[in-house]
Design a protein. Structure first.
Length: 269
């Protein structure tokens, strides 16, 4: 027996639907935003009051770096080490060849070297297009290991559901046509003419039964075959049915537990 044949088809179907859904969502996000995960959560207060801690940012990665202007809020990798994602506002274009920007947090007194500049296209991730206030609390609650536990529970429920359905399918009761055929045959043998056991026809008149010589008998014979058997009029089968922080100085993507400093907002996809 192959491995696939031992797995209920329902489980394979559900797994296929989930995988297909993930692929479709991933492809759609990449096509629209230029990245598989455009959602960032504000983790520090360097952009207050424009961005608050736990605000969720939707970042447009398809916005060209060459079209950025002073005043745009952008998301970028920290140029000093590329180990932290920052969200700050563009305050100056330092150079045009190559194009180099300087940013600053709205709540900071000055730009921080190594964090706010120099920003080149290499560090650029995207431009902030939309802000969803305070939704980041949900993502913080779903950081590992909580998210893994939830996924495991969902998968367990799916598998249990399919196994129960398979067990009930194995316990279905099905009647074959043999029983009905036997009853129908018995009924046909027992059905006689239209006279009842008292020798009367359907109108209640006395029925004449010719004798061997064609003469009417002296008495009506009793029905020796007995009442006709009722045929089985139901169906032939019976089936028993079964049952991803920005608003501060740094913003990490949902699920990032990195610490925050005052050098800028960081967001990690």
């Amino acid at each position: 027996m192959s491995a696939s044949s031992s797995i209920p088809r329902g489980i394979l179907r559900d797994a296929g639907i989930v995988i297909a859904g993930i692929i479709i969502v991933w492809a759609g996000l990449y096509a629209v935003f230029g990245m598989p995960n455009p959602f960032y959560v504000v983790a520090s207060g360097s952009m207050v009051p424009e961005l608050e801690v736990y605000d969720v940012l939707i970042v447009q990665g398809n916005h060209p770096f060459g079209e950025l202007r002073v005043g745009d809020v952008i998301v970028f990798d920290r140029p000093s080490d590329h180990n932290r994602v920052i969200v700050h506002r563009v305050v100056n274009v330092i150079d045009d060849d190559p194009r180099t920007l300087r940013t600053k947090g709205d709540a900071n007194r000055a730009s921080i070297p190594g964090t706010d500049f120099p920003i080149t296209e290499k560090e650029y991730i995207g431009k902030v297009e939309h802000v969803i206030p305070q939704i980041g609390y949900v993502t913080q609650a779903l950081k590992p290991p909580v998210n893994y536990i939830i996924i495991a529970v969902i998968i367990g429920v799916m598998i249990s559901k399919q196994l129960l359905a398979r067990k009930k399918d194995d316990g279905k009761v099905v009647f074959s046509d043999t029983a009905r055929d036997n009853e129908d045959g018995a009924g046909e043998d027992a059905v006689g003419d239209d006279t009842d056991a008292d020798g009367k026809d359907a109108d209640g008149r006395q029925a004449d039964a010719p004798g061997r010589d064609g003469a009417a008998p002296d008495a009506v014979q009793d029905g020796t075959d007995g009442p006709a058997a009722s045929g089985y009029g139901g169906d032939s089968e019976y089936v028993e049915d079964g049952p991803q922080e920005k608003g501060g100085e740094e913003s990490d993507n949902p699920g990032d537990g990195s610490g925050r400093d005052k050098d800028g907002d960081a967001a990690a996809p």
